[in-house]
Design a binder for this molecule. Structure first.
Ligand code: ZN
Ligand code: ZN
Length: 334
């Protein structure tokens, strides 16, 4: 096997530099993918910066991969060389723990995340076959990468927390994840309210499928939403006035966070007990759910809105992401 050419950070917070490694023999249950494109996610930056501890260097970021199967291990029978696939947050799982056996492989107790191994800012990548999900016909390959992390992260709670088409949903934070959540929720049939701090995006948000727009930093405007929502999905990783958002829920309403907010959320018990409201978190989704999401995207013409950079300009792409100005997801192309 020839070396894989990648971009890696060699220390916490370091910029990315060319880095080659020998992937060794391909595992019987692995596939090798020739990478076409890879999205850039906030979690890549968190891992580069070692924000969650446990990052190992050299660290090759990238977990929104699309590409073509270049080789398959001896035990792989359902994927063929030349087939187009995508890979998200997870690259390997044990297949025998309770989450794996019950179809929640993303919660495998001994699973490997793609960037804890070697990620997608590279020309090729190796993953366990179940994590290489085939791209359906009709999907836009160039923009599909961000569906594999950003997309599934906001799609999974719709299924896991039983969102109904008759529900009113509020989506907080309209960036890489939120702009996909708005499209999903509209196609699901819900009434969609976008909570955003950039009110200048109004026309764009309506075009994506938002029926209503509320300023997420305007406490009076949020107060006026009292008892309105069945479901609020928050994608931000900063602290907001969470007790106020809890009051915007109907009885039995749910506040779901997919953003890792560094401070405690400070929700008083009476906001939960009265009306049996709920707060929960959600991670990503199993491969089967990813495949269903991709079909849903093709059926409803849902696409990430992307800005592209060549793979070699990954540092500039990360700078752009950190500026908060990208609309809405950045994709690196080989
Ligand atoms: Zn497992
Ligand atoms: Zn991600």
């Amino acid at each position: 096997m020839t070396d894989i050419n990648a971009y890696a950070a060699t220390e916490a917070g370091g910029s990315l530099a060319p880095f080659s490694y020998d992937p060794g023999l391909i595992g019987a249950d692995e596939v090798e993918i020739k990478i076409t494109a890879c999205g850039v996610c906030h979690s890549d930056v968190s891992m580069i910066n070692n924000d969650w501890r446990g990052s190992r260097y050299p660290l090759v970021p990238g977990h929104e991969v699309v590409g073509e199967i270049a080789a398959v291990g001896s035990g792989v029978t359902h994927l063929k060389v030349g087939q187009m696939v995508g890979v998200g947050w997870t690259s390997h799982s044990c297949q025998h723990c309770s989450p794996c056996l019950s179809g929640r492989q993303q919660r495998c107790q001994t699973g490997t995340s793609t960037i804890a191994g070697r990620g997608g800012f590279a020309d090729r990548i190796r993953v366990q076959h179940i994590w290489a999900v085939p791209l359906p016909d009709g999907i836009d390959v160039k923009s599909a990468g961000p569906l594999f992390c950003g997309g599934i992260t906001v799609f999974a709670p719709f299924l896991d927390f039983d969102l109904k088409p008759t529900d009113r949903i509020g989506i907080i934070g309209i960036g890489g994840l939120g702009h996909l959540a708005v499209q999903f929720a509209n196609a699901w049939g819900c009434e969609v309210t976008a909570f955003t701090s950039s009110m200048d995006k109004e026309d764009e948000l309506k075009a994506l499928g938002a029926h209503r727009i509320v300023n997420s930093r305007d406490d009076a405007a949020i107060k006026a939403e009292r008892g309105y929502f069945d479901y609020i999905l928050t994608t931000v990783n900063v602290s907001l006035n969470w007790p106020l958002y809890m009051r915007a829920l109907r009885p039995e309403g749910k506040l779901i966070t997919v953003g890792i907010i560094p401070e405690p959320m400070g929700i008083p018990a009476n906001a939960l007990v009265g009306g049996a409201r709920m707060v929960a978190g959600s991670d990503t989704g199993p491969p089967d759910m990813v495949a269903k999401m991709l079909e849903f995207c093709v059926r409803h013409d849902i696409k990430p809105m992307i800005e592209t950079f060549p793979m070699s300009e990954c540092n500039a792409a990360i700078e752009r992401l950190e500026s908060g100005k990208a609309r809405y997801r950045i994709v690196l192309e080989n």
